[in-house]
Design a protein around this ligand. Structure first.
Ligand code: ITT
Length: 211
């Protein structure tokens, strides 16, 4: 069975409505690397979650990248939501940035089942090895034998607006795409165009073939 690894109920609702019935949530809080990009964070999480669960896992790492803030909060989106809150993020953007305050949501899905993938260049392996080396891990240590991970990315462009709407979660009320905030969309509408929906579509196609 495939386990969707996240502690965030909002992600689970969206992902499980997209994937079929033999996927269940794995509420596992993997170690989040400090990294400027989502890929290495998700790949590291997938390896850790697979070692924990010993079942195929799909890790979902996402973030809001505000163009005028050079991508901030990006990989730090969860921390910024917990500390400042999304309304403050809107107020900062409104105070500092001119319209249209462009931003994008990005989602990386990282799949790991312990098996290798054909033609899967995995640049992320290097990061794990560097990290392990920095920790002084031995060459034959489990950590240095990076498990193969396959990444799927989804991106959606939009802009930062005053909060509107009651649906969704996280930054949805302040992210507008095509005139509606994500919090004003039904889950189906959001899945149809969102970063997560796009990454899930790519994953779903690949996973169906793999099986
Ligand atoms: P897990 O790591 O356990 O999956 P998390 O909420 O910490 O849960 P992320 O680090 O990926 O997950 O999330 C980064 C932040 O971005 C966090 O504050 C989320 O609420 C927010 N976020 C992620 N996807 C979102 C979406 O589709 N809409 C709005 N906010 C989103």
């Amino acid at each position: 069975m495939l386990r969707y690894v996240t502690t965030n109920e909002g992600k689970v609702r969206e992902a499980l409505s997209y994937l079929d019935d033999d996927v269940t949530q794995l509420d596992f809080d993997y170690t989040e690397l400090q990294a400027p990009e989502l890929g290495p964070i998700a790949a590291h999480g997938a390896r850790e979650a697979f070692r924990y669960a010993d079942e195929p896992v799909l890790v979902d790492d996402a973030g809001l990248f505000i163009e005028g803030f050079e991508g901030f909060p990006g990989p730090y989106s969860a921390y910024v939501e917990d500390t400042l809150g999304v309304e403050t993020v809107y107020r900062l953007a409104a105070a500092e940035l001119d319209e249209p305050r462009r931003a994008s949501f990005r989602c990386i899905l990282a799949y790991c089942d312990g098996e290798p993938f054909e033609a899967s260049p995995d640049p992320v392996d290097r990061d794990d090895r560097t990290l392990a080396a920095a920790r002084g891990a031995e060459q034959d240590d489990e950590e240095t034998q990076a498990l193969p991970v396959k990444l799927f990315e989804g991106v959606v462009n939009g802009r930062i607006v005053p909060p509107r709407g009651d649906d969704g979660f996280g930054y949805d009320p302040i992210f507008e795409h095509d005139g509606l905030t994500f919090a004003e969309m039904t889950p189906e509408e959001k899945n149809g165009i969102s970063h997560r929906g796009r990454a899930l579509a790519k994953f779903g196609e690949w996973y169906a073939e793999r099986q």
